[in-house]
Ligand binder design. Sequence first.
Ligand SMILES: Nc1ncnc2c1ncn2[C@@H]1O[C@H](COP(=O)(O)OP(=O)(O)OP(=O)(O)O)[C@@H](O)[C@H]1O
Ligand SMILES: [Mg+2]
Length: 236
Amino acid sequence: MAILEVKDMEVHYGIIKALRGISFEVKEGEIVALIGANGAGKTTTLHTITGLLKSSAGSIQFDGRDITKIRGDKIVSMGMAHVPEGRRVFASLTVYENLKLGAYTRHDKDEIEETLNMIYKRFPRLLERKNQPAGTLSGGEQQMLAMGRALMSHPKVIVLDEPSMGLSPIYVNEIFDIIQEINKSGTTVLLVEQNAKKALSIANRAYVLETGAIVLSGDAKELMNNDSVKKAYLSE
Ligand SMILES: Nc1ncnc2c1ncn2[C@@H]1O[C@H](COP(=O)(O)OP(=O)(O)OP(=O)(O)O)[C@@H](O)[C@H]1O
Ligand SMILES: [Mg+2]
């Protein structure tokens, strides 16, 4: 069953049409990758489904409800969490304070505490650095914090925008391992990446976005062997 279904979604920035009617779906339990070059519309897509941008046409269904016109904070409380491009942690706040902010839509203190402990278990480095300002963390650690903060809302679906951007290869591998673990523990994943090779290696299915339109889609392993994907996205 599709937990997220986007149909014919169009998004404009003023007179510029950034998304030209895209359709895709994410089924419960999947890792779905959205790949594409700079400016293809990946971030725009995530901002629109998480309620930060308004679409000018089309519809978005999430967990059986139409969220096309729903506000971002409402969407978070319905179970979709967003890890933004560039992490966007609050540099002067501590790791702990950043994590607590991720639970802003929840009210049960005991449940929030339980989630926090689960996150510290998954990211031992965040526990070690819980009282440190987030701005003092390395890039990879900030990515972990951004992911931990999103998980604090206890989401059904987590959407990740370029989690590997700017990280060294060791961190890239670690982040992708964590994404797989998060998925195994029951969270559906929508992953936007320029690192198509890594994204396709962990995804079940993928969509290729080019200048605001989906030009290819299918099983991730099949796309990895597709000649045009290889040529455009997998050559070193
Ligand atoms: N705030 C904005 N105002 C005007 N145009 C914008 C704005 N944000 C994005 N765009 C344009 O919309 C298109 C899609 O941008 P978007 O950021 O979604 O691409 P992307 O696939 O995430 O790229 P990248 O890989 O560089 O992050 C681009 O042509 C971009 O210039
Ligand atoms: Mg982007």
